[in-house]
Design a protein around this ligand. Structure first.
Ligand code: ADP
Ligand code: MG
Length: 682
């Protein structure tokens, strides 16, 4: 950016120190920022034929003052001025409140332009804005900017006009010519002119395309530059696994891998073999068989003499994975251990010592795995399950844990592609898009709360057949105290209802870990038939005999979360059911329930969820790592995002990118953002 765009806004007429400070509060620190400050909509101020305007519509008309304006005073300091205005062949009235001073400025025959609300019945405009004189020279569409008081839209418009007139020539291009040409995008200066002073909303839309693309492209450049850097720096270890052993192991599994599992196993294995550090996101719907993929990958790693780790968000899940992996790897000589916060004292010390000596090959656990005293002998591969639940900080510690292991992030929440390439843009992505065969589709029903009796009848029938059921109650996030009250109430209700017939369990986040585990184990062993729980069981839990999932107040959950919950059933050979109890009040809420009953495809659901909730809510309240875009909208502009990503990948591989002047603004941006020094991300 040249000198003059870096000038403070005080160089403008009407901008003093105080105004400059107020502008800074809006993120406008200099002339360049001001020019780059874009409107979010336009007001149609074209002159209209009154006959076409409907009642209450906002309009702008030009007319001739017909007679001396009249002022009426009322109350203390209150007044109303009425102007009779001849607009083409109509004689109408225009009123303004508390602007009696206008009387002195207006005389019959004067031409004025007024904007306001049209009262068709009274043939009156309630005026909001008035300009004296003919306005044929001014814009038809006025930009509306987001402002912070005391800055007004009007004042900001004035500053921008002035800034554009005086400093517009300093605006520099930030995109290379071939890209502008390829996508028929206007140059930067022209695009800014159009954004601020468009002749039509359509023209502004075209200009906006440029800024959307530019914003995405710069963002993706940062991601891709970082990725490239990571790859180059991490002349990590090439893990030459024992292919024969691996084949034997895969053949020993109790099932044949699906084609999708084979595909991702191949992708992971070629990452392991390569000296470039793996940084891969594995997406697969609930039940698609990610655990088997994890087991194969870890086993491959272990055959090279390196250790593997599997990190999960909850103790229950850690224990389940420990059991699954132990059983899958039973025929091998792989030593697996479990490390959670309940492993303490001497037991923990011994375990850590054996880990350090390399006697433990695979360690499974919660984030207890990445505490500072946990040292591996030779860590080759880290897999994290349900990774979006992990904090940014945990990801960082993991990266820093010594030996730059290959990293695989697994997630069962299908992430819409647009989010995947923004939030996880620096990663490679593998997708398991196929379910093991022979699965029965889970039947999903939406019921109102007043149907609870019938539903409980149904539950009773299933339980009598020997099946088990979950009832999930929502967490009430706003209040920590209430977070399990719902579950307790429902538990009491059901305990009464099924008194003496079935064993009912209650689980929520406030229970000590040991108690949670005990309840989960009892449910797993069918000592408990009906489990009332908060969303603690959402992730990964596997009880194949459970065939009924009832979600209480289902409208409180997002689609992805409901889908996760539904995935707790349908894990065995019996027909399973998911019943959503909900009386949603909004259309969106009803729509969500309908979508759930219509599809079992997690990817379809995640796309719809994103549309309905927007990117900010998609990952929930916890850290989302979502970037904030000024102009672009990740959901609606996803095509531009894809394009920008592909272009960014190509650009950073170009020799000229790192030398030619055309790319200087991009290089400067990358340098400033820290992407070139590896500081970026996390
Ligand atoms: P995810 O972790 O992706 O939700 P899991 O790995 O827990 O899914 O697998 C769900 C169930 O499917 C498990 O009982 C597992 O043994 C079984 N499974 C995994 N892969 C296959 C396959 N290829 N064929 C049949 N069953 C499979
Ligand atoms: Mg799983």
């Amino acid at each position: 950016m040249t000198k003059s765009l870096e000038l403070p806004t005080t160089v403008l007429k009407g901008v003093g120190e105080e105004t400059a400070e107020n502008l800074m509060a809006m993120g406008i620190n200099n002339i360049g920022d001001l020019l780059q400050y874009l409107p979010f909509r336009y007001e149609d101020v074209r002159l209209r034929d009154l006959a076409e305007v409907s009642h209450d519509e906002k309009i702008t008309v030009e007319g001739k003052v017909h007679s001396e304006p009249t002022v009426m005073y009322y109350g203390r300091k209150k007044n109303r001025i009425t102007i009779h205005l001849l607009v083409e062949r109509y004689l109408i009235k225009v009123t303004f409140f508390n602007r009696a001073y206008l009387k002195g400025q207006l005389s019959p025959q004067d031409i004025i332009t007024v904007t306001g609300k049209w009262d068709k019945h009274r043939q009156t405009i309630t005026g909001q804005d008035i300009k004296i004189g003919s306005q044929t020279e001014t814009a038809d569409f006025e930009p509306v900017y987001p402002v912070k008081s005391p800055i007004t839209v009007k004042a900001l418009r004035r500053f921008i006009v002035q800034a554009f007139n005086e400093y517009g020539d300093e605006i520099e291009e930030t995109l290379p010519a071939h890209i502008l040409k390829k996508y028929k995008l206007p140059g930067r200066k022209e695009a800014l002119r159009v954004m601020h002073f468009p002749h039509s909303p359509d023209e502004a839309k075209q200009a906006r395309r440029r800024f959307v693309y530019e914003e995405f492209l710069y963002f993706q450049l940062k991601m891709q530059a970082f990725r490239k850097l990571e790859r180059e720096q991490s002349k990590g270890v090439a893990l030459h696994y024992d292919l024969e052993k691996l084949k034997t192991f895969i053949a020993s599994l109790p099932f044949q891998l699906t084609n999708a599992q084979k595909k991702v196993v191949n992708e992971i294995c070629s990452d392991l073999k390569s000296p470039i550090k793996m940084n891969r996101l594995l997406q697969g719907d609930v039940g698609s068989g990610k655990t088997a993929v994890a087991a194969i990958s870890l086993y491959a790693c272990v055959t090279t003499g390196y250790q593997g780790a599997l990190m999960v968000p909850t103790e229950i899940l850690a224990e389940q994975h420990f059991q699954s992996l132990t059983s899958l790897l039973a025929e091998t000589d792989v030593k697996i251990e479990l490390l959670t916060s309940s492993v303490k004292g001497k037991k923990r010390k011994d375990l850590l010592e054996r880990l350090k000596q390399g006697e433990i090959h695979i360690l499974i656990g919660t984030h207890a795995l990445i505490q500072h005293d946990v040292n591996f002998h030779k860590l080759g591969l880290v897999i994290t399950d349900e990774q979006h639940r992990f904090g940014v900080e945990q990801r960082r510690i993991l990266r820093e844990k010594g030996e730059r292991p290959d990293v695989l992030f697994m997630t069962a929440t299908p992430i819409p592609r647009t989010l995947a390439i923004t939030v996880f843009g620096e990663m490679d992505v593998s997708i398991i898009d196929e379910m093991p065969s022979g699965r029965k589709t889970i039947e999903t029903h939406w019921a109102k709360h007043n149907m609870l009796d019938r539903i409980l009848d149904f539950v009773e029938k299933e339980l009598k057949k020997g099946r088990q059921a979950y009832i999930i109650c929502p967490l009430i996030e706003e209040s920590d105290k209430l977070d399990f009250q719902n579950a307790i109430d429902v538990y009491d209700l059901l305990s009464n209802y099924f008194h003496g017939k079935f064993k009912i369990g209650l689980m929520h986040g406030r229970l000590p870990a040991s108690e949670k585990e005990e309840i989960m184990r009892d449910f797993s062993d069918n000592k408990i038939q009906l489990l009332v729980s908060t969303t603690v069981v959402e992730v990964g839990v596997n009880v194949p005999n459970a065939t009924v999932m009832i979600v209480y107040d289902a409208e409180r959950f997002g689609l992805s979360q409901l889908h996760q919950l539904r995935g707790r059933v349908g894990r065995g050979s019996e027909q399973s059911y998911c019943i959503l109890l909900a009386d949603p009040k909004t259309e969106v809420g009803k729509e969500r329930m309908r979508i759930m009953t219509e599809t079992n495809d997690g990817f379809v659901l995640s796309e719809r969820d994103l549309e309905l909730r927007g990117p900010g809510d998609f990952f929930g309240k916890k850290q989302s790592g979502l970037p904030e875009f000024k102009v672009a909208d990740m959901v609606h502009d996803y095509r531009a995002l894809e394009t920008a990503r592909n272009d960014a990948i190509k650009l950073i591989e170009l020799k000229e990118f790192w030398s030619s002047d055309e790319y200087a603004p991009m290089r400067k941006y990358l340098e400033e953002s820290g992407a070139l020094s590896g500081e970026k991300l996390d």
